[in-house]
Design a protein. Sequence first.
Length: 90
Amino acid sequence: MHRDEVDHLFVRYREPVLRFLRRFVRDGAAAEDLTQETFLRALGASYNANGYERAWVFQIARNLARDHLRSHARAGPAAPLDDDHAIKSN
């Protein structure tokens, strides 16, 4: 896809994609990263959306969100450190 086409998609769909991803992954920072990745993937794609740009962009976003959630599910939740396990430098 050409840079000017992706720029057009970014201007038009950035906010809706970001809102979608925030709801999907429930993490604002991850949603921001995934939004950027969505449009980077679109830039590198050779697909011509032929009038279905919105569906195509959201498909990319959804696939990235699913991959993100799967990778975090495998890693499991991070255990918080309590004061007994904190490293002290003295």
